[in-house]
Design a protein around this ligand. Structure first.
Ligand code: TXA
Ligand code: MG
Length: 363
């Protein structure tokens, strides 16, 4: 259990396998039923779960993550049975989304019922709901007998965790247990769509794209920043309406967006400037952009390769790992390659890069 007096608590690590699956799920469910907090893999990122209907358990999530109060948590459900318990006035379009994308990486915001405590929903009258496409959380919800409040299992302001090691780096001593079930298959958080308004609003891009949503429910409106930095100019990245900052490593992230050759040339020029200023620089690159540089040139820098433009799924899966690896190298600046094309998971990937960046260049 989490200590009330500020003392560190012992964080148990459950390495799950076929053989011990049942035993571990029972232990984890018992912790949740006692009001504790357990991190576990989902197909998007690792989540930190507690009984979403127990205000005291939910308070522990906010405390462990140092999450600002008022930033709403979403609930994970294992079936549609509990829907009517936690949500009301569910529009027909929302059921169509569930038919098309659940279980899966889509969080659907609906009007909440009074049974959901205010602390869970950030005192909003709505609540985000998702049925994850992963056996561990589905089984955990079932055995705990309650929907789980489950934000990403990182410290607030750090990149979301795609590996159990990331959870342990941020939350050891703060949570009761982590179930280590290997890497998250998608590696970026779910798409969030608000169904309490018409047309529905996409609050966060993810693996379910706008075009896929529109095929099922018609017009939706994206609410995340798609505005580009203007011609070569750097612009500070702070969006109106983005109340809480995300994914910010300690190093300054400088993002260069545009076509690959131009991005490579701009990164080349920036590297020279930073060298003159004596700054320690790391690089987060696509294979294609890395190929622009002579390998001797790159070997002078900490460099994390995200993979090829041809495989945005792989780049998405590796992004948060890359930000975390580079952030452990005591860098002044991380130069990030924004030459991925904004389609499919590329849209979500660019969105997370923009969230992490404090400076953006468009070329
Ligand atoms: O993929 C995911 O969604 C992961 C896994 C663990 O399920 N969870 C996750 O949770 O990313 P979190 O709390 O880190 O992000 C949930 C997002 C936040 O941006 C939150 O502001 C938004 O969903 N959200 C939740 N409930 C909301 C509501 N009622 N209205 C508007 N936004 C809401
Ligand atoms: Mg999060």
């Amino acid at each position: 259990m989490q200590a009330e007096n500020g003392n560190k608590i012992k964080t148990r690590v459950f390495r799950i396998s076929e053989e011990n699956f049942d035993v571990i799920l029972d232990k984890a469910a018992a912790i949740i039923r006692r009001g504790g907090i357990v991190a576990f893999p989902t197909e998007t990122v690792y989540g930190l779960g507690a009984d979403g209907l127990d205000p005291e358990a939910v308070r522990k999530i906010f405390e462990a993550k140092e999450r600002p109060p008022g930033n709403p948590l979403s609930l994970l459900v294992h079936s549609r049975e509990d829907l009517g318990k936690v949500a009301k006035n569910i529009p027909e379009k929302a059921f169509r989304l569930m038919d098309a994308f659940w279980p899966g990486p889509l969080t659907i915001v609906l009007e909440k019922n009074d049974i959901v405590p205010g602390i869970t929903s950030g005192n909003l009258p709505s609540i985000g709901l998702r049925m994850p496409d992963h056996r561990i959380p589905l089984e955990l919800i079932k055995r705990a007998g309650t929907p789980l409040a489950a934000p990403s299992a990182n410290l607030s302001g750090k990149p979301s965790p795609s590996l159990a090691a990331h959870v342990l780096a941020d939350l050891t001593g703060r949570i009761d247990a982590v179930i280590d079930g290997g890497g998250a298959a998608i590696g970026l958080e779910s798409t969030v769509v608000d169904m309490t308004v018409e047309p529905p609003v996409v609050l966060r891009p993810g693996a379910v794209g706008i075009d896929e949503l529109e095929r099922v429910i018609g017009k939706v409106r994206p609410a995340y920043g798609e505005t580009e930095a203007r011609n070569g100019g750097a612009m500070p990245e702070k969006k109106a309406g983005q109340k809480y900052s995300h994914y910010a490593p300690d190093a300054q992230v400088v993002l260069v967006e545009g076509e690959m050759k131009k991005v490579s040339k701009k990164i080349d020029a920036l590297l020279e400037n930073y060298r003159r200023e004596g700054k320690k620089v790391g690089l987060l690159l696509s294979d294609e952009t890395a190929g622009f540089f002579a390998s001797e040139r790159l070997s002078a820098y900490e460099c994390f390769l995200l993979g090829s433009h041809e495989e945005p799924e792989e780049a998405a899966r590796r992004l948060f790992e890359g930000l975390r690896v580079l952030d452990m190298k005591s860098l002044d600046v991380i130069l990030a390659d924004g030459s991925f094309s904004p389609s499919g998971l590329g849209t979500a990937l660019l969105n997370r890069l923009r969230e992490a960046a404090s400076v953006r260049h468009a070329v």
